[in-house]
Unconditional design. Structure first.
Length: 366
């Protein structure tokens, strides 16, 4: 059973992704050595504008697991999805994993959470938000954190954050410190913004307490410096829930590099290795393998993106072009889709032009 509403979930998911993407170009930059005023690209990780990081990818994997398990916490399933992200780039934009914390990487590879005092980074807090929408107990939340971050400090921070989010979701009540001391009015110089989980927890709530809208909240988080993407990601899911989806600047959301993946995870249509979408200049069609779909018969200038774990053969909803052009992608109906660029082993980035009829087919790279 899901807590809250779908609109609140959408606001939280998109709020986190946008905050994350705002912070990616500035990660590790010291406070007051830059000024973030809107969505931009490149910078620290040399990523295109609107690219989110591991923060949002792991949150989407968490959400996908909860939806697949009827909103029950299944830590083994979550771990497998995190590994699919780390190893195969699932839930990441274009399948590229460009940032992963030490604790997360070691814990996933060893298949056991790390519990040392130095293992209290914010890598579980950044992905924990979807559990606020589930009927997860405090022990469930701690167990979800412990997949990677098993120290009591990290587990309690996650449990406390889920409580904060649920109060906001269900009761519309935010912590007293958002209106009174110690957070509201706390000098900015006293707010930590490192990767330590307590710093991220407090910084995100400080941003929420000292601003009055979504945009101001996430910009304040980024401009604290240091771990900019995660601070803004956590502030983003808080502000998304508090102010609602419509408060997220539409231009920032359009800049997000893979809004379609956010929507598929929200709709429960994302499955490991079988994500696909077809987009046009004015329409966006979302698909996933084995999902029933009856799209409109034609689209204009569509792009096809799909990914799979198996590099040679797979089945998925696919565009069948009416206007045929030469290229190296063969469809079993003997049609060809013109390629925008050379295919890689996961078949991403194909573009077709002209009027297109949509139907399900089998595809192979030749």
């Amino acid at each position: 059973m899901m807590n809250g509403t779908f609109e609140q979930l959408r606001a939280a998911v998109c709020g986190q992704a946008v905050g994350d993407a705002l912070g990616v170009p500035y990660e590790f930059m010291p406070r007051d050595t830059f000024r973030c005023e809107g969505m931009t690209g490149y910078g620290t990780h040399n990523q295109p504008i609107g690219t989110w990081s591991d923060d949002t990818s792991m949150m989407l994997a968490t959400l996908d697991s909860l939806i697949a398990n009827e909103w029950q916490v299944n830590t083994e399933d979550m771990r497998e999805r995190y590994l699919a992200w780390l190893s195969n780039g699932e839930y990441a934009i274009d399948g590229r994993v460009f940032d992963c914390g030490r604790t997360v990487s070691i814990a996933l590879q060893q298949r056991v959470g790390l519990s040392g005092e130095r293992d209290n980074g914010n890598g579980s807090l950044m992905r924990i938000m979807p559990l606020a929408f589930a009927d997860a107990s405090a022990d469930d939340v701690r167990a979800a954190s412990a997949i990677t971050h098993a120290h009591a400090i990290s587990m309690e921070a996650c449990s406390s954050m889920v409580d904060v989010l649920r109060d906001g979701l269900i009761k519309g009540i935010w912590p007293q410190e958002l209106d009174d001391e110690p957070l509201r009015g706390m000098p900015r110089d006293e707010v930590g913004s490192s990767g330590f989980v307590k710093d991220t927890y407090e910084a995100a709530l400080w941003c929420l307490a000292n601003t009055d809208d979504y945009a101001s909240c996430v910009l304040a988080a980024v401009n604290l410096g240091d771990d900019t993407d995660t601070t803004a990601a956590v502030a983003g899911y808080l502000a998304g829930i508090k102010y609602g989806f419509d408060a997220i600047p539409a231009q920032w959301l359009r800049y997000c590099a893979d809004v379609s993946l956010l929507r598929m995870c929200l709709d429960g249509r994302s499955r490991r290795g079988i994500k696909a979408l077809a987009a046009s200049s004015n329409l966006l069609f979302l698909y996933a393998m084995k999902m029933a779909s009856t799209p409109p018969s034609t689209v204009r200038t569509p792009c096809l993106l799909f990914s799979t774990i198996t590099p040679k053969h797979w089945t998925l909803p696919c565009l069948v072009p009416l206007n045929i052009a030469e290229n190296s992608l063969l469809l079993d109906a003997h049609h060809r889709i013109p390629l925008a660029r050379r295919p890689d082993c996961f078949g991403r980035g194909y573009a077709a032009s002209g009027g297109q009829r949509l139907r399900r087919i089998r595809v192979r790279i030749v």
